[in-house]
Design a protein around this ligand. Structure first.
Ligand SMILES: [Zn+2]
Length: 538
């Protein structure tokens, strides 16, 4: 339970971040302000036509004021309707207004969410504030939905990334805001973060609503200080965490003495060691959601949805796409095979490219398979490119040796990150020997582009089909003792239902790779493409 020692300590003031005066030509004397972001927002921003006030929203202040260097990185884990987007917009506006030449990049999973954020949160709030709006007017400014340039040289970029981070490439930013991070594919985050590489500030502000405990939002939360809004009981002095245990029949109550407790008595308490600053905001602490509404939602919502959207807490359905037992059952192909043992059979390769770099590196994995006994596809060899082999320049040569030794008929590799390497492979082996697989979200399983030998695959559908075929023993692997180091990647995958897209999504935590799974899947798809068994292709 909290003591004075672990009471949350607020961060430094915004002015600490201000660079030395810049020799710029525009007169910014009217735009000077000394104080914290929350003070700036109270003084200069309006909400619903009234000055923004932190009264009864004291919990928001540290979220607004956390600045470099204490919270260079912040993760907000929020229930729905907790002003998450407003907080993100206000913070970006404050920095861009007060720090000349400051650049922000905002990323959400969809074009619609990004458009709405740019127009309804940023533009609308900027227009209501004379202090801020002044910087949005003039010949040198630009006020587009996806790019805004202010009079003081600051810029705001707005992008979206769901399956691919391509639209975020090439942007330089001082502050990266990733919104609805729970719906952005984990593997894209390191690419998006590249935007900060040239910044002297490198501020990161991520936010989202939890789903399962395998979602990437939990990865960042686990690295954070996990600040909880703890509420002291006026009756017995017990400190209560705002989770399901304080939701009593008629009111929010103390878990020790059952007397009513009040969110307004709360304070942030750090509950974990971490180099990210983390805050969980639930509907139990916001003034505009009444207790009776919470009780109604508890009745109407599924348990998972109630935990996620009202409490801001992850909830696991307990359903995994495949279990270790299921995977072991199909490790029936004996030891890894040598080239002589597969002679006479068309051999198919799958390559999942990995950079081998970063905090949680992903490594290139090669898998080889064949239809030794139709209709069963056998994965008989896998290799992960770690250590000296992680060097991408070396990999083309090593892959070439394998293609030669095993006389590979057709290889398939992921498009996107691997596009450049695929071109090199195609130069060496011919376009029609190296298929490219691109994951997309579409309503048919496969679309084929013959001109560049590329297959666009609905990610969820092909992954589901692959799991289904494994469980039904239509795919087998080499002995578990040799395969398990790759098989773990299969077990790292979880599934989540997305209400937004009304479909399942497969995901993995950034520190739990899934590369071997995709590599095996590409080998299997190549085999199916060769025998013209991919639906809708030929
Ligand atoms: Zn009590």
């Amino acid at each position: 339970m909290p003591t004075e020692l672990n009471t949350y300590q607020p961060g430094r003031l915004l002015e600490d971040l201000l660079p030395p005066p810049d020799p710029i030509k525009i007169d910014l004397s009217a735009n000077t302000f000394r104080g914290s972001v929350s003070e700036f927002v109270e003084k200069h921003m309006l909400i619903d036509g009234k000055p923004f006030s932190f009264a009864r929203r004291e919990y928001l202040k540290p979220i607004y004021d956390e600045t470099y260097p204490k919270a260079q990185r912040t993760i907000l884990k929020c229930a729905r309707q907790t002003e998450k987007s407003t907080s993100l917009a206000m913070k970006q506006l404050a920095y861009c207004t007060l720090v000349p030449w400051f650049k922000t990049l905002y990323v959400s999973p969809s074009q619609m969410q990004t458009r709405q954020f740019s127009s309804d949160r940023v533009r609308a709030n900027a227009e209501r504030s004379p202090f801020v709006h002044r910087l949005f007017e003039g010949k040198t400014v630009s006020d587009q939905v996806f790019d805004k340039k202010l009079l003081n040289g600051s810029s705001m970029y707005f992008r979206y990334a769901f399956l691919h981070p391509d639209r975020c490439r090439g942007i330089t930013a001082d502050m990266l805001c990733v919104d609805e991070i729970q719906d952005i594919m984990t593997d894209n985050i390191p690419v998006i973060r590249e935007c900060l590489s040239h910044s002297m500030h490198k501020l990161e502000l991520y936010s989202g609503t939890p789903k399962t405990s395998s979602n990437s939002i939990e990865f960042y939360w686990n690295k954070s200080t996990q600040n909880e809004w703890m509420v002291k009981c006026r009756h017995c002095g017990n400190w209560n965490m705002l989770d399901i245990s304080v939701i009593l029949d008629k009111y929010m109550g103390c878990i020790r003495c059952q007397k009513p407790i009040y969110a307004i008595d709360g304070q942030w308490v750090t509950t974990h060691d971490g180099d990210w600053e983390g805050f969980r905001v639930s509907q139990l602490m916001v003034p505009w959601v009444s207790f009776s509404e919470v009780k109604q939602k508890q009745k109407d919502y599924s348990t998972a949805k109630f935990h996620n959207e009202v409490l801001g807490i992850p909830y696991d359905s307990g359903v995994k796409p495949i279990t270790e037992a299921q995977l072991r059952t199909v490790c029936t192909a004996g030891p890894i095979k040598l080239p002589d043992q597969v002679r006479g059979f068309p051999v198919f390769a799958g390559i999942d490219w990995g950079s081998g770099e970063g905090e949680t590196p992903s490594y290139t994995v090669l898998s080889l398979g064949a239809f030794f006994k139709q209709p069963v596809f056998t994965i008989f060899y896998c290799k992960r490119f770690t250590g000296p082999d992680a060097d991408l320049l070396k990999q083309i040569g090593i892959l070439g040796q394998h293609f030669g030794m095993y006389q590979v008929t057709l290889a398939g590799a992921d498009w996107g990150y691997g596009h450049y390497q695929n071109m090199q492979l195609r130069d060496a082996w011919g376009l029609d020997h190296v298929a490219e697989f691109e994951y997309v979200s579409q309503n048919i399983p496969v679309k084929f582009e013959a001109s560049n030998f590329r297959f666009k695959l609905d990610r969820t559908t092909v992954m589901s089909n692959f799991f289904h075929e494994i469980i039904n023993k239509k795919i087998e692997f080499f002995d578990w003792e040799q395969f398990k180091t790759f098989g773990i990647d299969f077990l790292n995958i979880d599934c989540e239902y997305s209400e937004n897209r009304n479909k399942m999504t497969y995901l993995h935590m950034p520190d739990k790779p899934d590369d071997s799974f995709h590599s095996c899947l590409y080998a299997w798809l190549s085999g199916n493409a060769y025998y013209k068994k991919l639906p809708g292709v030929y």
